[in-house]
Design a protein. Structure first.
Lengths: 280, 219
């Protein structure tokens, strides 16, 4: 498979808080890379002696095997005072990096996979919501997503109807904006940053920017790890391993509009690392 | 009783599960195992020089071995979970409690390696895990011939709770449970126990929940 248009994108390759001079050996799209701090304490990423572009943002070190044409996407909330920034930590998943993002965009599975936390039976209906590919920003957006959740966040007590907005600003990254129980009017920000190791293997780095003055940092980390680890076993069992971009055996429903738009956007840009192009 | 707990640790889950099954209330003290490595920090190392969790504190008593914690909870609140005390059954309980350490070292090592990128020889972890699963499968099959559904008796004991989590989570470490029908039936029997609680990667039995009520004419 080719590395295609995705080669010029930024990818998360480590936590800033865990940078050290010994370095972390990892990989990006099949190529071994090394992530370390240099003598001045700055992040340095190398591949086979070649120095790669580096950017430090949202708690993570970002790099690219190619030449990024744009700055890393903006998350204005990351500079907003009063938020708590949560490094959830890496989790490896034996799945396509694109499948990891697609699962993050799905709400219909909440009652069955995140039972009694993000969803519960019989509240399984996904109400109509809006999906668009925003041409100016070149991002996929889903808005007006509403879902009944027994425990929407660590800071929630009791069930609430939560409103969501999903945003895909880069092929392996998604940003979720979600009703913030302690601060109506603000959105909690929960992201999924995915490092593609291979077409069917990825390291997932969830990160959050929340309003929550009550919970301990460890509680916030554990809440999100609980959710993501419930997804992991599902992701590892999806067939086919690669994300199909052409219609084939899968039959999308209305609830899958975001996924359909995400796949269409990937295909339009030739973002196919981790994708299956021929219907089977 | 205070449990130093990590939500993704199968050994901590053993303690939470046992407590839930016998109705013991635990005070949970979350430990930032990943990514923080808090279990290797000064506060927890002072409590447990082995640098592992779970740790259970009850007054002056500090326990750091999960099997000991299970035995303590059962002895205090539900002694029937220790087995009947007959020679063969008592020995089987001890046999499987010790055996559970092999599951932790093999399947647990594979899971930490594959999921949280901890170092180790993944091939060796998986090979030893498969050897342990085969032994467990044979043990459960023989129990079936004796008319017993659980590891040491026809009722669950601490031995079942000690072995269940790492077995159920074997796929997290890249080890399939497909070849082991006796293990799958046993796993189902444990998940069907009153008071069973889940953890990420171990799902509840949805099909055992009450049938949804459908109003006539709604369907």
């Amino acid at each position: 498979m080719t590395q295609d248009a995705m080669i010029d994108e930024w990818y998360p390759v480590g936590l800033v808080s865990q940078l050290d001079s010994f370095g972390r050996k990892t990989a990006l799209m099949g190529e071994p890379i090394d992530v370390a701090s240099d003598a001045d304490g700055n992040a340095r990423v190398t591949a086979n002696g070649r120095t790669l572009p580096v950017c430090v943002r949202y708690g993570h070190v970002w790099s690219s095997l190619g030449q990024p044409q744009k700055e890393l996407f903006a998350i204005p909330e990351a500079d907003q005072p009063g938020r708590r920034f949560v490094d959830v930590g890496v989790v490896r998943v034996r799945c396509s990096p694109l499948r990891a993002v697609e699962n993050f965009l799905d709400i219909a599975h909440f009652p069955f996979v995140h039972t009694d936390i993000l969803g519960s039976e019989p509240h399984t209906e996904v109400q109509n919501y809006k999906v668009e590919i925003r041409e100016d920003a070149d991002e996929v957006w889903a808005t007006q997503v509403k879902f009944y959740q027994p425990q929407a966040a660590r800071s929630a007590s009791g069930g609430i109807t939560t409103e969501y907005m999903y945003r895909v600003p880069a092929p392996t990254c998604s940003v979720l904006y979600k009703t913030c129980p302690p601060r109506p009017g603000e959105w909690d920000v929960i992201t999924l940053f995915v490092q593609p190791l291979a077409e069917d293997l990825c390291d997932v780095w969830p990160w959050m920017a929340l309003f929550d003055d009550e919970s301990s940092m460890t509680d916030l980390i554990h809440f999100q790890q609980t959710i993501f680890l419930q997804d992991r076993s599902i992701l590892e069992n999806q067939i086919p391993r690669l994300l199909p971009l052409d219609p084939g055996m899968e039959i999308p429903t209305r609830a899958d509009l975001t996924s359909v738009a995400y796949r269409r956007w990937l295909k339009r840009h030739g973002y196919t690392y981790g994708a299956q192009l021929v219907a089977q | 009783m205070k449990l130093y707990n990590y939500i993704l640790s199968p050994s901590c889950y053993k303690v939470r599960l046992m407590a839930a099954l016998i109705g013991v209330r635990l005070e949970l003290r979350p430990v930032d195992f990943h990514p923080g490595g808090e279990h290797r920090g000064p506060e927890l190392m002072a409590l447990n020089p082995a640098g592992s969790i779970p740790i259970l504190e009850d007054g002056d008593l500090v326990l750091t071995e999960s099997s000991a914690i299970l035995v303590y909870l059962a002895a205090k609140a539900a002694p029937e979970w220790l087995g009947s005390g007959k020679a063969e059954e008592a020995a089987r309980v001890q046999q499987w409690l010790s055996f559970s350490g092999r599951l932790t070292a093999s399947l647990g090592g594979a899971r930490l390696h594959e999921m949280l990128l901890r170092p180790g020889d993944i091939g060796a972890f998986q090979a030893q895990g498969i050897a342990a699963l085969r032994e467990l499968e044979a043990g459960l099959f023989e129990q079936g011939l004796r008319g017993q559904r659980f590891l040491a008796a026809d009722r669950p004991t601490v031995a079942d709770i000690a072995c269940f989590p790492y077995v159920a989570l074997a796929p997290d470490g890249g080890v399939s449970l497909d070849p082991y029908p006796a293990i799958r039936l046993w796993s189902r029997a444990i998940r069907a126990l009153d008071g069973f609680i889940e953890m990420p990667g171990i799902h509840r039995l949805h099909e055992l929940k009450p049938e949804p009520h459908i109003e006539p004419g709604e369907a």
